[in-house]
Design a protein around this ligand. Structure first.
Ligand code: UT7
Length: 325
């Protein structure tokens, strides 16, 4: 018996030109390079230029993913943009990306699960593909968190950055086992009891303003490893695999300490963990596809490799996915 799987055909990413170092932030708020590096592992982050929108970042990443896959935009029938920083309240940033790619067919929509957005979007696109509703999808994570930061709040403004990453996935008939290529499993969760731990204090139906990001960092930190461990376990079990089978751990890049503690728990050594948080900061839904693209382009992730993705963020939302490249 064969099954339909979503196989990754290409990756791409885009980072705005401007780099902001910890030293530069230390001139803005009461902080230091030492504090930021020790507590988070972040050294610098990219910040979008004036007028540069989430859709621009997403389109650039999508174009590179299509080029990497050797495919033209015209063959894409599904675009999902995971973002918490859309260009506008509506229409969806995804339809702007669709238009910028010159595509006038198929379906494009946004998905909002904050930092877990890429994992949620990948799982959604995978469902469309496995049920025959799409054949070729662009799954994009794109964010301009610099726009919603309170640049006077040192507890948050040092943590986030802007960027975008994209993958092209395509329907492929596979055997139906753990040795298949493609998305082998995904495990998603959310729990709104924690919605006030990490949120934006504005929105169309509450304040009528865009608002700023607010976070009880310590509370989020305290729960992060436990939550992502649960979905990693769930995704492994669903795929009939164990932690020892994983070749690459590509986590959401929020804090180096969370990543290290999670990797230690599952027995993954440093050289199996893809890290970008030092250079990108936390780019929310963009962090995983940015890290995937880097590790594919530099030759670490190769066809056949088993990759574990995980993320956790506002909501709370959290999710894990196992993908054989
Ligand atoms: O992507 C979505 C998920 N988000 C996350 O995973 C973020 C999770 N949280 C974290 O990564 C960490 O909690 C932080 C990096 C945000 C903070 O690290 P922490 O070790 O939990 O520090 P803390 O919040 O317990 O703060 C320790 C001290 C405080 O001072 P007092 O109260 O001990 O006097 C803070 O006021 O550090 C102070 N502090 C700072 N000092 C210098 C907070 N931010 C800064 C700063 N520079 N930027």
């Amino acid at each position: 018996m064969t099954v339909l799987r979503s196989v990754v055909r290409g990756t791409g990413s885009y980072l705005p030109q401007r780099i902001v170092s910890n030293e530069e932030l230390a001139r803005l708020v009461e902080t230091s390079d030492e504090w930021i590096t020790q507590r988070t592992g972040i050294r610098e982050r990219h910040v979008a230029a004036e007028g540069e929108r989430t859709s621009d970042l997403g389109t650039q990443a999508a174009r590179k993913a299509l080029a990497n896959a050797g495919m033209s935009a015209g063959t894409i029938d599904l675009i999902i943009v995971a973002t918490a920083t859309p260009d506008q309240t509506f229409p969806a940033t995804a339809v702007t990306v669709q238009e910028q790619l010159g595509l006038h067919s198929g379906v494009a929509f946004d998905l909002q699960a904050v930092c877990s957005g890429f994992v949620f979007a990948l799982a959604t696109a995978d469902s469309f593909i496995r049920t025959g509703q799409a054949r070729r999808a662009l799954v994009i994570g794109a964010e301009t968190f610099s726009r919603i930061l309170d640049w006077q709040d040192r507890t948050t403004c040092v943590l986030f950055g802007d960027g975008a990453g994209a993958v092209v996935i395509e329907a492929s008939q596979q055997e139906g086992g753990a040795s298949d290529r493609g998305v082998l499993s995904s495990h998603l969760r959310s729990d709104g009891r924690f919605r006030d731990k990490l949120y934006v204090d504005g929105g169309p139906s509450s304040t009528g303003t865009v608002g700023h990001l607010r976070m009880e960092g310590r509370e989020v930190f305290r729960r992060a490893v436990g939550l992502v461990s649960d979905v990693i376990d769930g995704a492994l079990e669903d795929a009939g695999l164990t932690a020892g089978d994983i070749d690459w751990f590509v986590p959401h890049q929020a804090n180096r300490r969370i990543i290290d503690a999670t990797a230690r728990k599952f027995g993954w050594p440093d050289d199996k963990v893809v890290i970008t948080v030092d250079r990108h900061g936390n780019t929310s839904a963009a962090s995983i596809p940015l890290a995937l693209d880097e590790a594919c382009r530099d030759g670490r992730i190769r066809p056949g490799d088993l990759v574990m993705l995980e993320a956790m963020g506002g909501g709370f939302t959290w999710g894990g996915a196992v993908v054989r490249w």
